[in-house]
Design a protein around this ligand. Structure first.
Ligand code: HEM
Length: 501
């Protein structure tokens, strides 16, 4: 109602606002279909570091006091192509207040939606919260919102994730060389996050942290990694899957094969859980139910929704959390005095963590925020706005894609003095000077990350165990940054030394 009023009001008075076309940006609408896309994807940064191109455009076109950049790309925001980059967290927050009941991030998952729709045995009801849009998204999100987002749900897994983390410590001890080195640690971090997220979403321990993985599990683990690795191929290759039979496209075919392995595996796990739940029905109070059990009981044994949701959690939860942990360890290894300070905090809390202990880790939270600021897990986020709005005195038409790059918010020297330095203290001593949207890795509002609580739990416990057990030293290249595939990945190999403390 309020939005409709605002839109009518804007239509009537839009002459008083500056038109969208007057927002600074490259001239005209660029090439047919491509629009200005080539400016975003320009070499040497290309898609992987597109924010560098946006930073250069900002420098080229914005005048003193300007906070937004206008572009045009029917390719990235079909069909009409309006794009707005926002450089000010306050303005971005204002834009989010107009995201509507069904916030929309825009297209990007098309090949994966197509693949999912081919598996009618699982995706007949929905393609899942991550990829659904509109009313259907709202319906699906409402079914799991409470079970996933309330802190109690994550706390249910505190003991189990501590066991997984203890296994990870043992894994590191066994895997490191006689000089205590492990090179290329990222796939090992994915073992930890895969084990953790399957424990949360499928009620099962897979055994990914055994040095020699069971061949069946190794196949599933490989399929999930290969599936995630297909994202950049989809963004850079010619999308023939759109126009021709999709299986003629090799990237599509391979990704679908990997998805099938994961789906078949998850289906068996959920079917096993249903059998377990039926056995212990009425034996336990609501508080003793796992996430999967809740989903099965809420949706009924015939529903495929618990499988769909479990798979979404697995896909969204392996590399996001794994990369974040790897980047945090990199910053701690590069800043040994901060690592020592964190170790002191962990020591004062003790080894067997309770829910109350998680709240006491103030310095850890500063370290994580600082790592997110310098090396964000996601490059970009935003909304395709459903209605005309006003922003910074300009009229922004409905269906404009309003985006921001995490990296560009986090480098503002006014909010973050000495922006290139890793200073967790700024989140403790000067938090009031930092805008709440400046580093908001999990986003906010009704479409924010639904796995936030679980990601934080995994990151917190793994870091607690690693830093309490090891002095972590960096052996790789300096000046680590990130590269965007779909999410951001570290742009150098992660080479560490783990010395016992
Ligand atoms: C450090 C790790 C993670 C970060 C930084 C992160 C960040 C995000 C962000 C920024 C979004 C988009 C929110 C928006 O558009 O407003 C998102 C969506 C989502 N995340 Fe995460 N995420 C992380 C880990 C996880 C984990 C562990 C899970 C699963 C347990 C997960 C599940 C999801 C799902 C299902 C969505 C889609 C929500 C929707 O569209 O309604 N994420 N995440």
């Amino acid at each position: 109602m309020a939005t409709r009023f605002l839109t009518n009001h804007l239509r009537r008075y839009s002459t008083a606002l500056n038109p969208f076309e007057e927002i600074p940006g490259p001239p005209g609408k660029g090439f047919p279909i491509l629009g200005h896309s080539h400016l975003l994807l320009k070499k040497p940064h290309k898609f992987g570091k597109a924010w560098e191109n946006v930073r250069a455009l900002k420098k080229q076109y914005l005048r003193e006091g300007d906070k937004m950049l206008r572009m045009h790309s029917p390719l990235f925001n079909p069909p009409h192509g309006n794009i707005l980059f926002i450089f000010d967290p306050q303005l971005y927050q204002e834009m989010l207040t107009h995201e509507g009941k069904y916030p929309c991030r825009g297209p990007g998952f098309d090949p994966f939606i197509m693949m999912r729709k081919m598996r009618k045995d699982i995706y007949s009801e929905t393609v899942g919260v991550l990829m659904e849009e509109g009313e259907k998204w709202h319906e699906m999100r409402s079914k799991v919102q409470q079970d996933l987002m309330r802190p109690k749900s994550a706390h249910f897994y505190i003991d189990e994730i501590q066991k997984v983390s203890d296994d990870f410590i043992e894994f590191i001890r066994q895997k490191r060389t006689h000089d205590n080195n492990i090179d290329n640690f990222l796939p090992d971090l994915y073992r930890y996050t895969f084990e953790s997220i399957c424990c949360i979403s499928l009620d099962t321990r897979l055994g990914c942290l055994q040095l020699n993985m069971d061949p069946e599990i190794a196949k599933v683990f490989k399929a999930s990694n290969d599936f995630l690795a297909s994202f950049p191929e989809f963004t850079s290759g010619v999308p023939t899957w759109k126009f021709l039979p999709p299986r003629w496209n090799k990237t599509f075919r391979t990704a679908q094969g990997n998805l099938d392995i994961l789906l078949d595996f998850s289906k068996i796990q959920v079917e096993d859980a249903i059998k377990r739940i039926n056995k212990k029905a009425n034996e336990e109070s609501d508080n003793d139910l796992s996430l999967l059990e809740r989903m099965i009981l809420r949706n009924g044994p015939e529903s495929t929704f618990p499988i769909v949701m479990a798979i979404d959690l697995i896909f969204a939860g392996i590399d996001t959390t794994g990369n974040s942990l790897g980047l945090l360890l990199y910053h701690l290894a590069q800043n040994p005095e901060k690592q020592d300070k964190l170790r002191e905090e962990f020591k004062s809390i003790g080894s067997n963590l309770t829910v109350k202990d998680l709240d006491k880790m103030k310095y850890f939270k500063g370290c994580l925020q600082e790592s997110f600021r310098l090396t964000p897990t996601l490059a970009i986020n935003g909304r395709v706005i459903p209605e005309d709005i006003e922003l910074d005195g300009y009229h922004i038409p409905a269906k404009t894609a309003c985006w921001h790059y995490h990296q560009l918010f986090g480098e503002d020297p006014e909010m973050f003095p000495e922006p290139k330095k890793f200073k967790p203290e700024r989140w403790i001593e000067n938090k009031k000077d930092i805008h709440p949207m400046a580093v908001r890795s999990f986003s906010r509002g009704p479409r924010m990350c639904i796995g936030k609580r679980f990601a934080e739990l995994e990151l917190q416990i793994a870091t607690h165990r690693i830093i309490s057990n090891f002095e972590v030293k960096w052996r790789g290249k300096d000046n680590m940054g990130v590269t965007q595939v779909l999410i951001n990945v570290p742009d150098h190999q992660l080479d560490f030394q783990f010395n016992d403390v």
